[in-house]
Design a protein around this ligand. Sequence first.
Ligand code: NZQ
Ligand code: ZN
Length: 398
Amino acid sequence: MKDFTYYAPTEVIFGPDTESRVGELVKKWGGTRVLLVYGGGSCIRSGLYDRVASSLGEAGIPFTALGGVVPNPRLSLVRDGIRTAHDEGIDFVLAVGGGSVIDSAKAIAAGVEYDGDVWDFFLRKTAPMKALPVGAVLTIPAAGSEMSDGCVITREDECGDEKKSFSTNICRPRFAVMNPELTYTLPAYQTSCGVVDIMMHTLERYFTRGGDMYLTDALADALLRTVMTCGEKVLKAPEDYSLRASIMWGSSLAHNDLTGLRGQGDWAVHGLEHEASGLFDVAHGAGLAAIWGAWANYVVEEAPERFARLAVNLFDIPAVMSTREETLATARAGIEAMRDYFRSIGMPVNLTELIGRRPTEEEIDHMAAMATKNGTATLGSLRKLGLEDVKHIYNAAV
Ligand code: NZQ
Ligand code: ZN
């Protein structure tokens, strides 16, 4: 096993009615005046917003609400949040929602403590040195932002929106409240998008080179199998607590580096997808499902044994791997089985299905240029993908 540092400081409070403890938790982590960030209203319709407000009230903590975060969250709202936080003397940012809301909260928390423009972090001009503490009440298991160091925001632009990220330990939520019952109201499509994103966070770490990785591989296998099985079943039983609970915990474990101790991972599929969701404003998980197969077929020859291992462990495909050709055939059967799985949970397996029409050549060129910084940067580690590779993958994903 390679050397590593593992850091997952988020306090997890898991179970029914845990949202009633939010006030106590904010207090424990030093908050005295809260910015409560939420999305388009699902938490109001479900009554969660009122329960969180009561909990803060009972703890004697005043709050200012900032709603309206949209999926693929926008920089303009982050800037609004930073202004409000300054004006109101906010010292704690509470996210009630999914990855989009939590990422907005993280960006606000870091932006408040920075003299320049918050977009500087996303342009990697500088890294956040300080941030207000963030807490999360998770309502959709998917992005894993409740325990991750990541933050992904979209900057609106007339010439095409730009989706970028930064990573920093100082924005990791201090606590994450996870009540699986809060996810009963999720539409089937969002549930499946979440399942795919959880799988991808595991797979991006799985496809990497080097070192023995027995334990992390075993954890990845278990996580993938469990989330895939529960994901299929929950579409027929949306109010099954155990299924929702396994998916919810899977969301955090897939992205808190538990299955990724062995290094940086590949992350090309995420890089390719962020351009698609930036341009077409589609759900991140659906975008990943649409691109993964084309990426996998393009890079499979770099690590046929890893793909074949996955085929055997996830899809019970016979372990025929005596020669390289046999291993490749097993690997390719696994890639097809993965696509079948995505179809079975209602996910697109190409860009045309994703956006409801064939993407144009210009759109593909635009995404490829953005993903590779006009050909000056590469994506991925299994195989380093330059501009032409990326174009090839997008075209194969049409
Ligand atoms: O806005 P509301 O009304 O709440 O509706 C949301 C939204 O429309 C809805 N929803 C959430 N909880 C619900 C619910 N509807 C009914 N009942 C509930 N309990 O679901 C929709 C999607 O929400 P969103 O937060 O956008 O989903 P997700 O958690 O998948 O987050 C996606 C964002 O996270 C980023 C993605 O790029 C994307 O911008 N990511 C963040 C990462 C990180 N910070 O570490 C890593 C990921 O790879 C990802 O890139
Ligand atoms: Zn993701």
